[in-house]
Design a protein around this ligand. Structure first.
Ligand SMILES: *Cc1c(COP(=O)(O)O)cnc(C)c1O
Length: 398
């Protein structure tokens, strides 16, 4: 069998390796200067005011929900076609989940479905919405924002698939994923299958200074060193009865329950190095999407595909096909490891035990029965793209 072609994989260059080595030889492996440098570079890239780097995308989601707040009897509206972490974050914080269905054209959370969920649940206290930039396509977040403002809901944008992606708003302006204008908080992941790889890693972006400060604290145990907000007295901090003076340098306060969700400096250094190639890699992804679209357009068996969409970041290229299992097995035998994104989260046994069942979200379930993600990553070679295309055609024409 020839070389395996996965659906996604990282690309590590000599520059990336050098950046990690230099940080390993520096004074700081963690809590050092690379983290703030990565945050500034990332905020600049997406166009947000602030960015907080964390240990992974799931931690980013957890802190995002914590910072915006949820009570036991409160609900958040989620989409079922995503990685489970997009929804689990609500449960981590003790909140309840409602699912909206997807738009069968875009595969994204359908705002109309969100509206009916709210209408059909007048007795429930709904606090927020978590739309996902699924596959790299950014939803019309301006419409989501307008609706959320009317309903007094917060928005967490799960942008794990879409760094560098954008949507065009109603004023014909291009709005980059995570730019802080439409969601209170946006969340990214740097897992190796995503656009920027740091091993494990995540980022939260925002334009809200209060949320930014709170997240910095939550990321590190709920501990603050900001003397302006200390709750205990200077006398207590100094440890004797001197009645005036400054807080001593050692003093810090744990004011609420936080976590250790820090990223390391060598991961941040890798992130900075990877980020330099982000635009270039995005255009490689777009060019692969163009080739797939052009070549597979009228192939029998293919019902719908990700297609060529402006602003799409192409984390995934998805086909909706007939005989998905047959195609999957056929590609697998040829060393092409396609993947399925996603099994609807509301039908995972954990969520089924909470009352969700088959038939609840017909568009999502119908999509799941036909979807397959074919290889999509910047270092995918020309001959590999050709192999993927010809193999799919071979399957459907024989
Ligand atoms: C990868 C991913 C996450 C979780 O990120 P991790 O860094 O793996 O914890 C969350 N949401 C979506 C949509 C993802 O693809």
């Amino acid at each position: 069998m020839s070389k395996i072609i996965p659906y996604g994989r990282q690309e590590i260059t000599q520059d990336d390796i050098q950046a990690v080595i230099e940080t390993l030889q520096s004074d700081f492996l963690t809590q050092g200067p690379q983290i703030a440098a990565f945050e500034i570079a990332f905020a600049t890239y997406v166009g947000s005011k602030y960015a907080i780097a964390v240990s992974n995308g799931t931690a980013a989601l957890h802190l995002a929900v914590m910072a915006l707040g949820i009570q036991e009897d409160e609900y958040v509206i989620c989409t079922p076609i995503t990685f489970a972490a997009s929804i689990n974050c609500v449960k981590y914080c003790g909140g309840q989940v409602l699912f909206a269905d997807i738009d069968p054209e875009t595969y994204l959370m359908d705002l109309e479905s969100v509206k009916s969920v709210i209408k059909n649940n007048p007795d429930k206290k709904i606090r927020g919405i978590i739309p996902v930039d699924f596959a790299g396509r950014v939803p019309q977040l301006d419409s989501f924002r307008k609706f959320a403002d009317e309903q007094q809901l917060w928005i967490i944008e799960d942008a794990c698939h879409s760094p560098g992606g954008f949507f065009t708003d109603q004023n014909n302006q291009q709005q980059t994923a995570g730019n802080g204008l439409f969601a209170e908080l946006s969340v990214f992941s740097f897992h190796p299958v995503k656009h920027i790889a740091t091993g494990e890693g995540g980022m939260i972006t925002t334009n809200d200074e209060n949320l930014y400060q709170r997240l910095l604290t939550l990321r590190t145990h709920g501990i603050t060193r900001n003397a302006n907000i200390f709750e205990n007295s200077v006398e207590f901090a100094i440890g004797n009865s001197v009645s005036t003076g400054e807080f001593p340098l050692w003093y810090m306060e744990m004011q609420e329950l936080g976590y250790n969700y820090r990223i390391t400096d060598f991961q941040a250094a890798l992130g900075i190095s990877q980020l330099k190639r982000a635009e270039q890699n995005l255009s490689k992804r777009r060019s692969i999407a163009q080739k797939y679209t052009n070549s597979l357009n009228s192939t029998p068996g293919i019902i719908h595909s990700s297609g060529l969409i402006e602003g799409h970041a192409y984390h995934l290229f998805i086909l909706e096909v007939t005989d998905r299992k047959g195609l999957y097995d056929f590609l697998r035998k040829k060393g092409i490891y396609a993947q399925i994104h996603y099994i609807p989260v509301h039908l995972m046994p954990y969520y089924k035990k909470q009352g969700w069942k088959e038939g609840d979200l017909p568009h999502a379930e119908n999509y799941y029965s036909r979807c397959i993600s074919i290889p999509m990553f910047p270092s995918l070679k020309e001959d590999e793209i050709k192999t993927v295309i010809s193999s799919i055609k071979e399957f459907y024409t024989n």
